[in-house]
Unconditional design. Sequence first.
Length: 105
Amino acid sequence: MGTYEGDSRTAYSWYIVLHESGNQNDIYDPNAVLHEVQYMKNNYNNAYSTFFVGGEGQVYQIGEPGYVAWAALSGNPYSPVQIELARTADKATFNNDYRTYINLA
């Protein structure tokens, strides 16, 4: 995370938000996770999560754990970590991504 990116408010430690990207355009894109991370880095004022998982189990840290992220609407201030999962139609990729996603959580 770059200087002044994301939210400076400390989140309550009530939940860990696990969220799927919901982007149907990603399902056949082997670089989907890179595009999602790039989008969040370029739009950190309105799209921001702590981690993104995808692309055969790769993990990208976008934000600093402990701070409010914006992936869970009204749940945002109650989660010090929000983890996004990139969509994929490939079963092997999904299995690798999901295993990493759960281990990260």
